[in-house]
Design a protein around this ligand. Sequence first.
Ligand SMILES: Cc1ncc(COP(=O)(O)O)c(C=O)c1O
Length: 375
Amino acid sequence: MKLFDVYPLYDVSPVSAKGIEVVDEKGDTYLDFYGGHAVISIGHSHPHYVNRIKSQLDKIGFYSNSIQNPLQLELVEKLEKLSNCKDYNLFLCNSGAEANENALKLASFHTGRSKVIAFGNSFHGRTSAAVATTDNPAINAPINKQQQVTFLPLNDFEAFEKAIQTNDYCAVILEAIQGVGGLDEPTTEFFQHIAETCKANGIVLIADEVQSGFGRSGKFFAFQHHDIQPDIISIAKGMGNGFPVGGILIHESIKASYGLLGTTFGGNHLACAATLAVLEVLEDENLIKNSRKLGEYFMEKATELPHVKKIKGRGLMLGLEFDFEVADLRKRLIHKQHLFAGGSKNKKLLRILPALNITKSHIDLFFDALKQELV
Ligand SMILES: Cc1ncc(COP(=O)(O)O)c(C=O)c1O
């Protein structure tokens, strides 16, 4: 048997990691400014995270959602406290795509409609409805193309007003900061207009915070930069710091009933322990503030760089748009500088997604390495 060959791989085999450092099988150390695609939020192998998962495993690792699991209730309480999202209920699942799948399904149940509005350059996952709302025909199979999705340009009020006239949409889904698409954002005016229009028309507004959530943008959720209240918020990635966990926060106006949603693995004891550990570290180490401050420091330093056309993003969800395509630069950063950074659909954009507990000296090291490759 071989592996199904769907990933172009860099020739690096990490065997251990600590904080922002990843060590490969040859003993070489890499600085991780990619976080395994925005997943590592509190740093690799954070001691509190490791201990909480290990000690949970010693007690009970898994049982299905047919029993009481007090860890889920502890998680709800902690999540409400840190996110300040008070009028929501939590449904737990296992990944970002699954979170959006449940969000879209719930919107359809709630409204009795099936059409969705999504935006250009969006990425919401690779499963049924989630991939249909992802602006990439190449990853949509014929079976996915049965979904009815209208893609609109981001921040185009006129196109949105025109589309909404038909009033047969169940949901509008958008990222408060686009990740895979390349760090574009809705303006506050556009986001607020969408939120008001959705409310007036009984359409469910889904904020996809899979990548931008859990403090990455410098606030707990990126939509909180715009003073709006989505009906559903999807979460994953940084939530588990590498443990596969996802979920949706559902506004109380959307009612639950037995069997409406469900999952075998979602919300299991280990997933709850991992997420609680992340929330505890975010709180105890003041990491959301660190994300905001270090993001500002990064932006200041980035202004000194040659070839940079735009500095994008917020907090530690950042992008540097160059006047050339960055694929080769990414390779050189990995192999010559031992530094991981991300790419995006925008081929000229280098994506920066480090753990939220990095320091100024890590950022200085990043810029020293980058400058060496830019001369
Ligand atoms: C904004 C956003 N939504 C959803 C997903 C899908 O998450 P997953 O890969 O966990 O299914 C991603 C993954 O990159 C994402 O960036």
